[in-house]
Design a protein around this ligand. Structure first.
Ligand code: SAH
Length: 252
């Protein structure tokens, strides 16, 4: 991927951006740029907001409390946000999963409360901060949408109304250990979703419910039982390589 200004800090901002305008950073961004990265007036960074692409910015004024940036030039045009929907049963390392899913091209991330979820309470604001941090690091131009948690039953019952023709790739730890490649290759060009269960796995009735849906594509992730966070990354790599945006350089 052509990388410009790769040595400069990248910051996600909420405000509209255009060349020649000035924007003010919030407290957290000011702290990161000034106190953590020790940048000051005259130095540069890259800013993006998920709507106007990326801009090269010069620090016009910096203090421990406030920073204003002059937007020098647009360095990347806004790209379409990713479309991949990712449902993860909350686990202790859900923040890790959100970071990895962002890096791997998730467009929407939604916690799914299944029967064996140990702690259904999810801090959506914290997950969004994880997604923003990951987006800043991996140079995407959009931050994935973090949706409020949804109960497994509501997800399945409301799937078609909420997702139309999107297919749901179900990581089935009880599936026969066979190659998922053919199932995934058949999905190229289709709107996709991914569902990964909790540490305790899916309950039998949840697995039966999923396997009975025509929008569900069950896949095995091989002969070993993976931790949920490992399974999330493994599944995302498979999906992107066989049916997603890794295609252009994987080539099939
Ligand atoms: N403790 C459970 C496994 C849970 S693993 C048990 O022993 O059955 C957590 C989640 O990761 C699973 O619900 C599934 O979605 C995914 N996963 C883990 N290993 C997998 C595999 N080999 N194939 C498909 N999905 C897998």
């Amino acid at each position: 991927m052509p990388r410009t200004h790769k040595t400069l800090p990248r910051l996600y901002v909420e405000t509209a951006m255009s060349t020649g305008t000035e924007i003010a950073l919030d407290k957290a961004q000011t702290n990161y740029l000034v106190n953590v990265l020790r940048r000051g007036a005259g130095e540069q960074c890259v800013v993006f907001n998920g709507r106007d692409g990326a801009f090269l910015a010069r620090i016009a004024q910096a203090s421990k409390k406030t920073v204003t940036l002059d937007l020098v030039a647009q360095t990347a045009a806004q790209t379409e946000p990713n479309d991949l929907w990712c449902g993860f049963a909350p686990i202790k390392r859900l923040d890790y999963i959100v970071q990895k899913a962002t890096e791997m091209g998730a467009g929407t991330i939604q916690p799914v409360i299944t029967r064996h979820v140990q702690n259904p309470r999810v801090n959506i604001d914290k997950l969004r901060a994880n997604a923003i941090e990951a987006a800043e690091q991996c140079e995407v131009l959009s931050v994935p949408q973090i949706e409020d948690a949804i109960a497994f039953d509501a997800l399945i019952t409301g799937w078609t109304e909420a997702h139309g023709d999107r297919k749901l790739i179900f990581c089935d730890e009880d599936a026969a250990s066979e190659s998922p490649i053919d199932s995934l290759a058949a999905l190229e060009g289709t709107r996709l979703g991914l569902l990964v269960g909790p540490e305790g796995g899916f309950a039998p009735e949840e697995r039966e419910r999923l396997l009975a849906q025509d929008f569900v594509i069950p896949i095995s992730l091989g002969p070993r039982i993976l931790r949920a966070d490992t399974a999330a990354v493994a599944a995302l790599a498979l999906i992107q390589a066989v049916a997603g945006d890794w295609q252009p350089f994987i080539g099939n």
